[in-house]
Design a protein around this ligand. Structure first.
Ligand SMILES: Nc1ncnc2c1ncn2[C@@H]1O[C@H](COP(=O)(O)OP(=O)(O)OP(=O)(O)O)[C@@H](O)[C@H]1O
Length: 503
């Protein structure tokens, strides 16, 4: 379909002298070009420069700065405002789009409906039904190689030909480097954001591709929130800067973080994370009902390695649960390939990656339920009581997780009551029910029993857990204890995660 777009100049040249006199064409020679609207339809490529004018109007009216002639375009369809935004990485001019239309302005498929939205690099804007454009800010520091003159990319034509920036004279290189530093990129400058990988209560996680290196990452996009607390945004930035220094093979690497405006009233936080390919431990438990002891041991050992590293850096995870344990699985490629652990037949190795470390405080409350409604939380008694707590809260959660891996249902649950789940947690009341625990070694029961201890001073630390005889083949019989193995009314046994997932 032919896009009939004309800037004011074209329109004036065509048929209206009055317009020509009173409405100069959109971009004057001295105007700073802040962004471009790009029509990518093959054969009709076109680039409309957007100068940093306070307001640019788009619509059918001949008084608009950008005239779209399609029948579904309103007289004034939308307005583009240049606004100075105070981003966490400095100030930046951005374009705020305000919809005024009857048939809608769509950003990446979502209708604005008379709202405002701050445009991001790579946004696809559709006016009405089919006037479709890609939106791009002109200077994109992260995409430009050092030594390339950004001023050369200030094309001053609307002919739709995308010229490559020219090489700068060496004298301008240091000023360019300074500009690159002082004009920090948005997440959209740096990454192409692709398919959704999953979503949770607070965020959607999408695949991202680093435009410069091609690295594939996971980008956690938190739901927009009111832009009323600069202090919190700064805290987010400072904390994530610390978390970015954490490097360990069993911890999902935090690569970057951004806080960006969505509209004048709302901001959105982004975390760029190492991408983990094979889902959550939670799904593995659902699929298998419970995990074999040797498999649990191999996974739990890696989980403890990750927690040990966090604790050594004075970081408390605060939200250890199977949804936050991600897996990278190396699949078998040929029949006699040697397995590197006690994994399933088609698996050569599994690497555990702990996700969301240290971030619980940004998502508000630590969650008291997990994704399957009514299943228990992993929180320690001192967290429930909102009293002072230490890294030992992670060890309580690790104890719940170990219990769940081995039998498929949680140690604390309202269905086991009375008392209530909360009171079971506060008093540390749990047991190993027959027949579920009958074939499981006393040694691991001893470990669980030393993790689910109400008094955090007595509860095992991560080092104590790692040194437990269960992990050491020769020592696993050296434990003397009478585990609390109980018979229980079948009707009282909580449903396994696997059963709950089918409800
Ligand atoms: N680094 C990653 N690589 C691949 N997938 C990921 C990664 N991080 C998260 N995901 C997936 O994205 C989904 C949602 O992520 P996440 O659980 O972190 O969001 P959330 O809103 O914090 O969730 P919750 O409701 O559990 O607090 C999950 O299903 C998870 O498997």
């Amino acid at each position: 379909m032919q896009h009939s777009i004309s800037t004011k100049r074209e329109y004036a040249n065509e048929d209206d002298d009055v317009v020509k006199r009173h409405q100069p064409h959109l971009a004057g020679k001295t105007d700073e070009i802040i962004a471009r609207l790009i029509n990518l339809i093959p054969g009709k490529e076109q680039s409309i420069e957007l100068p940093a004018h306070p307001v640019i109007s788009v619509g059918r009216s001949r008084h608009c700065d950008i005239i779209l002639k399609e029948a579904d375009i309103s007289t004034i369809h939308c307005q583009l405002y240049t606004i100075q935004m105070d981003l966490d990485r400095g100030n930046r001019k951005m374009v705020n789009i305000v919809d005024k239309s009857r048939n809608g302005t769509f950003i990446n498929g979502n209708r604005l409906i008379k709202r405002d939205y701050i445009l991001k690099n790579g946004d696809r804007i559709v006016f009405g039904k089919s006037s479709s454009f890609l939106f791009k800010y002109t200077a994109i520091p992260d995409e430009v190689e050092v030594g390339v003159d950004l001023t050369a990319s200030k094309f001053n034509n609307n002919d739709g030909v995308f010229k490559k920036p020219q090489m700068a004279a060496s004298s301008s290189q240091s000023s360019l480097k300074k500009r690159l530093k002082s004009r920090p990129p948005s997440v959209f400058d740096k990454y192409l954001i692709e398919k959704e990988l999953g979503s949770g209560h607070y965020a959607t996680v999408k695949e991202g591709i680093n435009k410069r290196t091609g690295e594939v990452v996971a980008i956690k996009i938190f739901h927009p929130q009111q832009n009323d607390d600069h202090k919190k945004s700064n805290q987010f930035r400072e904390e994530t800067n610390i978390l970015m220094r954490v490097h360990h093979p069993n911890i999902v690497k935090l690569l970057d973080s951004f806080v960006e405006p969505v509209s004048k009233a709302q901001i959105q936080k982004y975390l760029v994370l190492e991408k983990v390919d094979d889902g959550e431990l939670f799904d593995r438990i659902i699929k298998k009902v419970s995990l074999r002891q040797e498999e649990t041991k191999a996974l739990f050992n890696q989980i403890l390695e990750g927690i040990k590293h966090l604790h050594s850096q004075n970081i408390i995870h605060r939200d250890i649960k199977p949804e936050n344990i991600l897996l990278n699985i190396t699949r078998r490629r040929y029949p006699d390939e040697k397995q590197l652990g006690p994994w399933d037949e088609d698996e050569i190795d599994i690497q555990v990656k702990i996700a969301d470390f240290g971030l619980a405080k940004f998502t508000g409350e630590i969650q008291f339920t997990n994704t399957l409604c009514g299943t228990p939380s992993y929180v320690a008694p001192e967290v429930l009581l909102k009293s002072d707590y230490s890294s030992k809260v992670d060890m309580w959660s690790a104890g719940v997780l170990l219990y769940v891996c081995l039998c498929g249902f949680p140690p604390f649950s309202d269905s086991l009551g009375p008392p209530s789940m909360r009171d079971q947690i506060l008093t540390g009341k749990f047991a190993f029910y027959s027949p579920y625990w009958d074939d499981i070694e006393d040694s691991v029961l001893h470990l669980v029993t030393n993790l689910l201890v109400v008094n955090s001073d007595v509860r095992f630390s991560v080092i104590e857990a790692m040194e437990h005889p269960w992990f050491k083949k020769s020592n696993s019989n050296s434990i003397s204890m009478e585990p609390n193995r109980l018979q229980i009314d079948q009707g009282k046994i909580p449903k396994t995660y696997s059963e709950l997932s089918k409800v």
